[in-house]
Write a protein that binds this ligand. Structure first.
Ligand code: AHR
Length: 492
């Protein structure tokens, strides 16, 4: 059977916010230390203020729109004043969430915000609500955002930064239902109100994001929508990982057909999550002023080669690339409510876009998907209807094909397509409705085997290549999507 993507005459006012393509860097494993930051004194690795130049260049090439930091669970243990001032005077603490390792605070607020400036990315700071104080978060906001004279802005100047960074995105805690304090939604809603009240705007236009639901905890979202005055909140978070085999560490059975299906099913569940959380938000906020912010997503596995479960390092394969492509298509198609998202995590942790080993660095298959999809950033969504074949396992099924379409301000149309079927190619027809184009060209990401990956020996084994096999006839476009592949087409 054929898969059909049909452009529809829906509203042409929805913009795919570039912040859907955001990232997340936590003090966890080798994400910050060794991954991003190698220290100013490092003479063997080219760096700018201690941050690896190769990583900076790779992230810039993604047009990384925002970067969330310092956690994750780490955020609710983090006291930002530990990470400012002369590095040799900063206290060493214990990173209690992530292995009990020593955290010497050499990468702190200035290091992070200067890095964001260099990347051209907006910083997204996650405040400590779980073990912190209201005053502590209010002070952090003043330290980074206040232009005039004040105790915190003076301290910033003493530490070498005259102008404020004007940070817009702020998380008010993280996973308050779990590592952020094991709170009930009612209790957290009250705590949120207090914290948000004392975060001064200073003309920045703060975008305050409440710690959101764990996957399908719809009651959490509903409680926050009901209890928090809407003037105090700009976004509600949602965390969902495609998790497989937790607790089955060391299993060598990984990737049976069933395990692959379950992984993709768990990733596809994001579609239902987004729709149900958005429907609850619609009840209380029909004008969609408050954004759904999926600030942690991706695959979380235990048993890939190279995995160190304590530090969440995992190999990233073609499987992860199709997972990313499908998830980003979900976000694009729900861009009216999902206006920010953050892949977990940028370097060396979970579904990383970059892996490092000593002086070596590679871009993972997931990196290439984000690079291919950057054409959707801030483009106008073209609503589509999709009829897809199924990927089945026993009685269960999910769509094999996913897609999203957008049009840029200079009139180029882009269609991203993913086939998650590990065995069958998919024939696709795209009905362009009343739109007419002269040319089509594209890029394809696939490999020989589903679990192929880029290694430090062969870092460019998987990379996008040109795809010129789509046929354009009138308002019909047809193509075949190879098994486990991602394609982005450009129509002009
Ligand atoms: O991304 C790893 C962890 O997953 C984060 O610290 C936490 O927020 C989530 O549970």
């Amino acid at each position: 059977a054929q898969n059909v993507v049909k452009f529809t005459a829906g509203p042409d006012t929805i913009v795919i916010n570039k912040h859907i393509y955001g990232h997340f860097a936590e003090h966890l494993g080798r994400c910050i230390y060794d991954g991003l930051y190698v220290g100013e004194d490092n003479k063997t690795l080219a760096n700018t203020d201690g941050v690896r130049n190769d990583v900076i260049a790779a992230l810039k090439n993604l047009h990384i729109p925002n970067l969330r930091w310092p956690g994750g669970c780490f955020a609710d243990t983090y006291h930002w004043k530990d990470g400012i001032g002369p590095k040799d005077k900063r206290p060493s603490i214990v990173n209690t969430w992530w292995g009990g390792v020593t955290e010497n605070n050499s990468f702190g607020t200035h290091d992070f915000l200067n890095l964001c400036e260099r990347l051209g990315a907006e910083p997204y700071l996650a405040g400590n609500v779980g073990s912190g104080e209201v005053q502590e978060l209010a002070d952090w906001v003043q330290y980074v955002n206040f232009d005039g004279k004040s105790p915190m802005s003076d301290l910033r100047r003493t530490n070498g930064r005259e102008k404020p960074w004007k940070v817009k995105f702020w998380g008010v805690g993280n996973e308050a239902w779990g590592c952020g304090g094991n709170m009930t939604p009612d209790y957290y809603a009250d705590v949120y109100r207090r914290y948000a009240t004392f975060m001064a705007d200073n003309g920045v236009g703060l975008f305050r994001i409440a710690s959101g639901a764990n996957s399908a905890d719809y009651n959490w979202t509903e409680t926050l929508m009901k209890k928090i005055p809407h003037g105090l909140i700009q976004g509600i978070a949602l965390h969902h990982y495609a998790v497989i085999n937790w607790g089955k560490k060391g299993s060598s059975t990984m990737y049976t057909d069933e395990e692959y299906f379950k992984t993709m099913q768990s990733a596809w569940f994001m579609n239902e999550l987004v729709e149900k959380h958005a429907a609850i938000m619609d009840k209380y906020d029909p004008e969609k002023k408050i954004a759904l912010v999926v600030d942690e997503w991706g695959g979380w596995y235990d048993v890939e080669p190279g995995t160190n479960p304590g530090f969440l390092y995992q190999q990233n394969t073609m499987r992860d690339a199709v997972l990313a492509g499908m998830t980003l298509n979900i976000f694009n198609n729900h861009a009216d409510r999902v206006r920010m998202a953050n892949l977990a995590q940028t370097v060396n942790v979970l579904q990383a876009v970059i892996l490092t080993e000593g002086d070596k660095m590679l871009m993972t298959p997931t990196y290439h998907v984000l690079e291919m999809y950057k054409i959707h950033q801030d483009a106008k969504l073209i609503p589509i209807q999709l009829t897809s074949n199924d990927l089945t396992f026993g009685q269960e099924k999910i769509p094999a094909v996913s897609a999203a379409a957008s049009i840029t301000t200079n009139g180029k149309t882009h269609v991203s397509l993913v086939n998650i079927d590990p065995k069958k190619e998919q024939k696709i027809t795209i009905d362009l409705a009343d739109k007419r184009y002269g040319t089509v060209h594209g890029r394809l990401l696939t490999s020989k085997k589903l679990r192929d990956f880029n290694s430090f020996e062969k870092p460019a084994y998987i990379k996008p290549r040109e795809f010129n096999e789509a046929q354009l006839k009138g308002n019909q476009l047809s193509l075949n999507l190879p098994p486990f592949s991602v394609v982005v087409l450009t129509l002009e």
